[in-house]
Design a protein around this ligand. Structure first.
Ligand SMILES: [Zn+2]
Length: 90
């Protein structure tokens, strides 16, 4: 995801993204990058042992969790954006 694309996404619903980031911190959602594929993986905040894959495809960040499939907004993406300096908790 480009910085511009992420900023645009966050601008559309800034409060929801910040809430998602807050939940991510509360639920200890962490993201890691797989060394051989470059893919990003986030742990579930609610289902122990479950992980979700984050992918950058054509400038769009996707996440394999149900929330992201539903409306494109999730804790894992929020955490990814924070990690990349695109979103900051207040
Ligand atoms: Zn997600």
């Amino acid at each position: 995801m480009t910085t511009e694309a992420a900023a645009e996404l966050i601008e559309q619903q800034p409060e929801r993204w910040l809430k998602a980031l807050e939940r991510a911190h509360k639920e200890n959602v962490e993201i890691v990058q797989i060394n051989v594929t470059g893919a990003w993986v986030a742990n579930s905040g609610t289902k122990p042992g479950m992980g979700y894959q984050l992918e950058l495809r054509n400038g769009t960040l996707t996440c394999s969790c149900a929330a992201s499939n539903w409306d494109g907004l999730c804790k894992h993406k929020a955490r990814w954006m924070e990690r990349h300096g695109l979103l900051a908790s207040v």
